[in-house]
Design a protein. Sequence first.
Lengths: 245, 240
Amino acid sequence: MKNKMAANKGIYTKRDDGRKMDEVRPMTAKVGIVPSADGSASFETGRTKAIAVVRGPRTLHPQHLQNAQTGILRVNYGMMPFSVEDRIRPGPNRRSEEISKVTEWALSSVVDLSGFPNTVVDVFIQIPQADAGTRVAGINAAAMALAHAGIPMKQMVSAIGVGKIDKTLVVDLDKFEDSEFHDEEGSTDIPMVFTSRKKDIALLQLDGKISVPEFKEVVEMAKKACEDILKVQMEALKNVGEDDE
Amino acid sequence: MANEKRQIVVPGETLVSGNEFLPGDGAYRDGDDVVAGRYGILNMAEKHVRVIPVSGAYYPRRGNTIIGTIVDITFNGWLIDFGGAQNAFLPVAEVPRYINRNEMREFLDFGEAVVVKVWDVKSRGVDLSMKMRGFGKIEGGMILSVSPNKVPRIIGKEGSMVKLIKDATGCSITVGQNGKVWISGNDADKELATKKIIEFIIAHSTIAGLTEKVEKFIADLGLKVEKVEIVEENTDGGEE
């Protein structure tokens, strides 16, 4: 049904799950899910679920990686073997290494570890259930976990994936839109990270083709979606005091 | 602190607007606004705006009493692990009596626990001292690990909670700001009872009227709150 509909119309006029083109999947966020860690959070959008755990600041070993001027941020992203239908081989791979790195860069722009030289703050992101958009869900969870760990941060970050399905721009692609839609022009996914205060872009990745006017629209759509995500993140962080702390 | 409304703030959130306000710990200025630089509870003292941590790792501050273990011995002091970002250093000159450099292991050996005071916090690490009353090596009893953010709950207002437990069990309790609690008493049953009470406080740290609940819990354990004279008090820096 999915493919037939798209093929008949020639363009993607209606979303598979009935969402509006600029509608984000329903989100839930929770803070403090791992009590023994310094900070932790989970973030879900639709069927994508990410958990992030922060440990540190703590002394960095081996010593040659230490920076005497500032602490460093180290991100480790991984998908759990059962997160998708086919089993994923556990352990680092090309994709997870890339995502760890870009997440690290995006988060480094807001955290301030200058007060903790020679130390490291470890961020572990795990994806128990994947339905596209795992890196943005991971970044959303990691930002909350870092805040929860009491790490000095200038501001928060929120992440969203905006895509182009055939000729239509859509926000927050799910698995079908992201990797199973191959008709006509196919799909393009653009993960973006915005800072909460300055609304700067902390991360932007683009696989595929898009025109300049369309791209400008994508940035606006992502900015708007990030407002909603930030609200969910703030809500989760503010409510933690009620039952946990 | 329990009665007033706690306002939790998130990094990047505007706390107040206006040039007359001064950003303190955990806050910074951005144009006209004072902005939260970390996650915590908003604290405004007149024009001074700061954010008090509610979660996360322990950050040492000058004057804190902490409990740690010896992890290394250098030619002029001891390195102490207290669960913070860096190790802390206790120089030989900062212990109560003169120690010969060759006999440092006899005074404090690897793995032994100490109660020490944070003398100075530098970017490179923490300096400690043991020279004042109530500090020294830990012998006997047990050490309990709790979240550093729950420490004010255990201590209570001006040490009232700690005093309550001490009166009930007769054990001496030393609360380290880094979340380590040293319990020491005459018999193991009393120490275990003390441990149970502290765990109860941690589990119920957010409820209103905690003191009454703890009193009831103590009564349920079959202990009576009676006045016992305890020599040492190490409960500084309790309530923020």
